[in-house]
Design a protein around this ligand. Structure first.
Ligand code: FE2
Ligand code: FE2
Length: 413
C-alpha cells in the first residue's frame, strides 16, 4: 500500500494546452506535493522535547491538510488516554487542554486500537456529543476530525488528531495519507518520549540523592517547583519553558551533594570560609549537569538541559549584580534563574531552618516586595504579588510540620 503511494518525481508537461494534459499536470503537481510531504516527515530531525516535536510536525500537517489543529494523546497503563500536546492556530482558545484524561474504554479510540484501524474520520463532531473530548473540541470551534494511531513495535502508544473548522473536511484519501505520514511520525515520537523520560528520571534521581544528605525537606523542593511554575505561567512564558521550569526547579541545589557534611549539616551560622565552600554548590551542580549532557551528546541535543543548567547557575544571582557565582546583573540572569530565586528565597523565609525560625507568610511577602529591583527582578516580584492567592494556597497545602508541633503531637500520644 505504502509503496503504491510513492510516485517518483515527474516534471510537469510543458507547452501543452489541451484540457486533459492540464489536468494531468495538476495530478503530477499533487503527487509531487504528497511526495515532498512524505519526504519531509521521513527526514524530520529527532528532537528532545514534545513541544519541539509538536511544533515541528504541527505546522506542516496543518498546512497540508488545511486543518486548524494537530494534537497528540498518549495511552498510559493501557487504559488512560491523556492529551499531551497540541498545535493550534491562534484563533482558537484551547479547551481540550494538556492533561485532559479519559478512560480508553469510555472513548471509541479503545476499539480503534484493538481493531488495528488505520484511520478514522468523524465528519461532524456535533453528532458525538456523548464524548467529553468531542464536546470540548466543538466548543473550541472544530467540527470534524481525522485520527490515526501512533504505533510503535506493533503497539498503539497513542493517537494523532487533526481537526478542521468545517464539517466533512477530511476525505478517505486524506486518511490514508495521514496514516502513511504516521508511519514516520510514530518512531520519532517514541524517540522524543524516551529522551524526555530519561532526562526526567535522571533529574529525579539526583534530587533523591541530594535529599538523603540534606536536611531540607522534600516539601521545600515541591513548593519551590510549584511557586516557580505559577510565576512562569503568569509571566506568559512558552509552554515548554514553563514545563521545564517546573520540572527542573527541584534541581537548583543538587550541587550541595559536593558540600561536606560539617558545612551542609551545621546547625548554626556558617563562618566566612565555610560560606565560601557552601557557595561552590552552584558550580558543582552546573558541572554535574554539563557532564551528563556532554557524555550523552550522541543521543540528546546540547540544549536538552539548558533550562536546568540556567536554574542551577543563576538561582543565587541578584538583579543588582551583587549575587554569586558570576555577579550577573538584570537580564543577564536567565528568566528561569530570576523566577527560581524568588521562589527559593520566599520558601526559605517561610520555613524553619536549623539556624532560624520561620517568618509568617505576610512578613515574608513584605521582604520579597522590598527586594524588588535589588535582589529580585521587579517584574517577577510584580507577578508574585499578583498571584499571591495561588502562592498562599501552595503555602497552606504543603506546609511543613514544625518541630514544636511534632513535639506537641508526640506528647499527646
Ligand atoms: Fe542554592
Ligand atoms: Fe533551595
Amino acid at each position: 500500500m505504502v509503496e503504491k503511494m510513492y510516485i517518483s518525481k515527474i516534471n510537469p508537461l510543458d507547452n501543452v494546452m489541451i484540457k486533459e494534459e492540464l489536468e494531468f499536470n495538476e495530478l503530477i503537481k499533487e503527487a509531487n506535493l504528497r511526495n515532498d510531504l512524505i519526504d519531509y516527515f521521513r527526514n524530520l530531525p529527532y528532537v528532545d522535547s514534545i513541544e519541539d516535536y509538536i511544533n515541528l510536525v504541527g505546522e506542516q500537517v496543518c498546512s497540508f491538510f488545511e486543518a486548524g489543529r494537530f494534537s497528540l494523546a498518549l495511552i498510559h497503563d493501557d487504559e488512560i488516554i491523556a492529551e499531551v500536546a497540541y498545535f493550534s492556530d491562534k484563533n482558537h482558545k484551547p479547551l481540550l487542554d494538556k492533561g485532559f484524561k479519559q478512560k480508553l474504554s469510555e472513548t471509541s479510540l479503545g476499539k480503534m486500537a484493538k481493531d488495528g484501524t488505520k484511520f478514522r474520520i468523524i465528519n461532524d463532531l456535533r453528532q458525538k456529543e456523548n464524548s467529553v473530548s468531542s464536546r470540548l473540541i466543538v466548543k473550541e470551534g472544530f467540527l470534524s476530525n481525522l485520527t490515526v494511531p501512533a504505533v510503535v513495535n506493533g503497539k498503539v502508544i497513542g493517537f494523532f488528531f487533526l481537526a478542521s473548522e468545517e464539517i466533512n473536511h477530511f476525505s478517505e484519501e486524506d486518511g490514508l495519507m495521514f496514516y502513511i505520514i504516521s508511519l514516520n511520525l510514530s518512531p520519532k515520537l517514541y524517540h522524543t518520549l524516551s529522551i524526555q523520560s530519561i532526562i526526567s528520571n535522571f533529574g529525579n534521581s539526583l534530587v533523591n540523592l541530594a535529599e538523603y544528605r540534606d536536611n531540607e525537606t522534600g516539601n521545600h523542593i515541591k513548593r519551590v517547583a510549584l511557586y516557580s511554575k505559577t510565576l512562569a505561567e503568569a509571566l506568559g512564558l512558552e509552554p515548554k519553558l514553563v514545563r521545564e521550569i517546573y520540572q527542573f526547579a527541584p534541581l537548583h541545589d543538587i550541587g550541595k551533594i559536593g558540600v561536606p557534611d560539617r558545612i551542609l549539616l551545621k546547625p548554626g551560622k556558617l563562618d566566612e570560609d565555610e560560606w565560601a565552600i557552601m557557595k561552590t554548590h552552584v558550580i558543582i551542580g552546573m558541572r554535574i549537569l554539563e557532564e551528563f549532557v556532554e557524555s550523552s551528546s550522541d543521543v540528546i541535543g546540547k540544549d536538552a538541559l539548558r533550562t536546568a543548567i540556567n536554574i542551577v547557575a543563576d538561582h543565587h544571582e541578584k538583579w543588582d549584580g551583587s549575587g554569586y557565582p558570576f555577579g550577573k546583573k538584570g537580564e543577564e540572569i536567565s528568566i528561569e534563574g530570576r523566577i527560581v530565586a524568588v521562589a527559593d528565597v520566599f520558601d526559605a523565609l517561610t520555613t524553619e531552618r536549623p539556624y532560624k525560625k520561620a517568618f509568617p507568610f505576610d512578613e515574608s511577602v513584605k521582604i520579597i516586595e522590598e527586594q524588588a529591583g535589588r535582589h529580585f527582578d521587579p517584574e517577577v516580584v510584580r507577578i508574585f504579588m499578583e498571584k499571591l492567592d495561588v502562592i498562599r494556597m501552595i503555602y497552606d497545602e504543603l506546609k511543613d510540620v514544625r518541630s514544636e508541633e511534632i513535639c506537641d503531637m508526640t506528647e499527646k500520644d
